[in-house]
Design a protein around this ligand. Structure first.
Ligand code: GTP
Ligand code: MG
Length: 171
């Protein structure tokens, strides 16, 4: 049934940890990525699915590189909620601010998740203060407990999905 399906899209700057978060939440998730200096980068999307309190949650990850704006627009169509992932070990950059402003304008429920909080250099408080007008959740995308707890608390108050996900469970 459509109302059981939520489309949640994860946004964030290059290297914020979007792919890691989706992989942690759904170890069977799929990714389209390319090699880059020091690791890999998403060049199309990530896709994972999980069930949270009986609701089917479809997680879409976007590419963080600015040149993939077109991909973010396509992936974001019909989303029921969005997560803006922010790396606590970096400065808040213009691109993260742009994503924040776009999501605020889009008038869809969204939350900021501050990632890499277990790192010694994480400056969680500065980011919390900066994005004080939306709910903030502090996570480590590598940590299943923290990531799933944050997702559950974001999902819980969301209204039924608008039905933009059509998924055949056999795939
Ligand atoms: N310390 C720490 N590192 C993390 C965490 N989450 C992700 N990383 C690391 O951050 C780097 C980038 O992670 P990705 O998940 O590829 O980031 P992304 O946001 O998908 O990157 P793009 O697709 O290129 O935009 C990798 O080296 C991850 O291992 C975390 O919670 N803690
Ligand atoms: Mg990625």
């Amino acid at each position: 049934m459509n109302e059981d399906k939520l489309k949640i899209v994860v946004f964030g700057a290059f290297g914020a940890g979007k792919t890691t978060l989706i992989q942690t939440l759904d170890p069977n998730s799929k990714h389209v990525e390319a090699d880059c200096a020091g690791g890999s980068t998403t060049i199309a999307l990530d896709f994972g699915r999980i069930v949270v309190n009986g609701r089917h949650v479809y997680l879409f990850g976007t590419p963080g590189q600015e040149r993939f704006e077109f991909a973010r627009e396509i992936i974001g169509k019909g989303m029921d909620g969005a997560i803006l992932l922010v790396d606590a070990t970096s400065q808040i950059d213009d691109f993260t601010q742009h994503l924040y402003d776009s999501l605020s304008d889009a008038k869809i429920p969204f939350v900021v998740m501050i990632n890499k909080c277990e790192e010694v250099g994480a400056h969680t408080d500065i980011i919390k203060k900066h994005f004080s007008r939306v709910p903030i959740l502090v996570i480590s995308a590598k940590d299943y407990g923290k990531s799933s707890e944050a997702l559950c608390s974001f999902i819980a108050p969301l209204p039924p999905g608008k039905g933009h996900v059509h998924h055949d469970e056999s795939h």
